[in-house]
Design a protein around this ligand. Structure first.
Ligand code: THU
Length: 156
């Protein structure tokens, strides 16, 4: 058995206007991160199907497990502010020392939360992994987490 993951890698300058705006929103959010312990600032911007853009950034804590990643901050805010509205795209970007980092992929816990949000919405959530000059575009969260635990696994 083989699992293939297909994604596009495009130049940041060549993004569609909507994707460029989402990348910029994620970048602005990264600048607002509370990351005094790692110095690693992450921003996430979710485009909702109603056209709203909701952002999040990592929120660290001296008791480190109490902190939260940018992706989960953004998606939790989206769910709280616009319950039931599908997320059609999520842009993620990281900075350290004032520089944009090469593309990062969300951690496993974030992938799990992103997956459930995608399934709740019933539509693919495009993922934009943003670097300085290029952006990797994945068609859905399931591309990041092809084997996953979902509510279906709990059905008897
Ligand atoms: N972080 C995120 O916010 N998102 C990711 O995708 C990876 C890691 C945060 C968590 C922590 O505040 C810092 O980056 C270093 O791990």
């Amino acid at each position: 058995m083989v699992i293939e993951i297909r994604y596009l890698e495009v130049s940041a300058a060549g993004l569609t206007a909507a994707d460029a705006l989402l990348r910029e929103a994620a970048l602005q959010a990264a600048g607002r991160a509370y990351a005094p312990y790692s110095g690693f600032q992450v921003g996430a911007a979710a485009l909702l199907e109603n056209g709203e853009v909701v952002t999040g950034c990592n929120q660290e804590n001296a008791a480190s497990p109490s902190g939260l990643c940018a992706e989960r901050v953004a998606l939790s805010y989206a769910g709280a502010r616009y319950p039931g509205v599908p997320v059609s795209a999520l842009a993620i970007i990281a900075m350290s020392g004032g520089d944009v980092r090469p593309h990062i992929a969300p951690c496993g816990a974030c992938c799990q939360v992103m997956l459930e949000m995608e399934q709740r919405g019933g539509k693919p959530m495009r993922i934009l992994l943003c670097g300085k000059d290029t952006v990797r575009i994945l068609p859905s969260v399931s591309a990041l987490l092809p084997f996953s635990f979902t509510e279906n696994d709990m059905e008897l």
